[in-house]
Design a protein around this ligand. Structure first.
Ligand code: ZN
Ligand code: ZN
Length: 349
């Protein structure tokens, strides 16, 4: 069954007769179109991709299952007798949804966002390969960059080394705003690279990834500039230990919340529980944050084919923090760790 056929079953389960989709991830996931701007109109009888003239040729090449129509084609016409239509409540702004309802009147509307996220949660072999390639490129960027980091560099220069490598080697873009946070800034879990310079005794947290052939990677490594103090070794080892426990336990069929609990308990047992305030991990794929959510309140199960991060951290305000993040996927009897970069404690002289 094609992805569109599987999706249509979900639409049917929700009581819908068709769907209108505009999120770039949905366009790519269902049709293969990577242009980012367009509208899918899908019913039992119709598979249409509406794009403006800039994208016509690209859409024809990338979305062979779909009929390519001009962006202003009559959507009501395509929907025909369908009365109940699925849309993406998570993506459409309130005003865009109002405009859609005016254009396509007399329908009942069903939000299909959750169903789409659940479909995308589990990756097929092609997706796993694409993600593995994006992770491998990020790994290479790490070894390239750590050998070039020097005291006195700005954080943004480190970010440029990471991003520049991935663009030069494979034409990849950053998967999200690269985090390079040093010294006291490393206590900010998402400190984007600033003009702060690297100083002796700083932790340096690099959290970055790339977007390659539609799929993303996400990795974090933390190193020390110069000589580490004992508190730095201590929290590094605690985070590493907690991550290892969670990674070893990860397998298909388990509750994502239970996985979170393993790392959280380990950090709490060392007395640092209050300094680990975020979720343990998240799914990664077409988007940087997708299902499964690996958090205390998650209702998700880890299933075979899910790709997700395990990224515990300890952040001591005004002093510094450590996060270590790998990407994994769940196999039938366990897991595979995609991220290969070293996690050895590193002091950069
Ligand atoms: Zn990350
Ligand atoms: Zn992450």
């Amino acid at each position: 069954m094609s992805r569109t056929e599987v999706f249509l079953q979900k639409v049917n389960d929700l009581g819908g007769g068709g769907a209108i989709l505009r999120a770039p991830e949905s366009l790519f996931y269902l049709s293969g179109f990577s242009g980012g701007e367009g509208t899918l109109v899908i019913t039992r009888d119709a598979r249409c991709l509406l794009v403006d003239s800039r994208y016509t040729l690209q859409a024809k090449a990338e979305a062979p299952e779909y009929e390519i129509l001009p962006y202003n084609a009559d959507i009501s016409d395509i929907l025909g007798a369908v009365t109940s239509v699925c849309y993406e409540g998570d993506f459409l702004s309130a005003s865009a949804f109002e405009r859609l309802k005016q254009k396509v009147s007399g329908k009942t509307w069903v939000d299909v966002s959750e169903a789409l996220l659940m479909l995308r949660k589990t990756k097929d072999t092609m997706e796993l390969n694409a993600i593995a390639n994006a992770v491998a490129l990020a790994d290479d960027a790490f070894s390239y960059t750590v050998s070039r980091i020097k005291k006195g560099m700005h954080e943004y220069e480190v970010a440029a080394l990471l991003e520049g490598y991935m663009r030069r080697e494979a034409g990849a873009q950053p998967a999200f705003d690269t985090v390079c946070a040093s010294g006291f800034r490393s206590a900010l879990p998402h400190g984007a690279a600033s003009d702060k310079t690297l100083q002796d005794g700083d932790f340096l947290t690099m959290d970055y990834g790339c977007l390659l052939n539609g799929y993303r990677s996400d990795i974090t490594r933390t190193v020390v500039i110069g000589k580490a103090e004992s508190w730095q070794k201590e929290i590094y080892n605690i985070v590493l230990y907690a991550q290892g426990l969670a990674e070893n336990a990860a397998k298909g069929g388990m509750d994502a919340s239970a996985l979170d609990q393993i790392a959280r308990d380990a950090i709490s047992n060392f007395g640092y529980g209050e300094y680990f305030g975020h979720a343990l991990g998240h799914g990664v794929g077409l988007a940087i944050h997708e299902y499964p959510t690996v958090s205390p309140k998650s209702m998700h199960k880890i299933e075979y084919g899910d790709v997700f991060t395990i990224e515990p951290g300890v952040y001591l305000p005004d002093r510094g923090g450590v996060r270590i993040e790998d990407m994994l996927y769940a196999t039938p009897d366990g897991h595979a760790i995609l991220t290969k970069s070293t996690k050895e404690f590193m002091e950069i002289q």
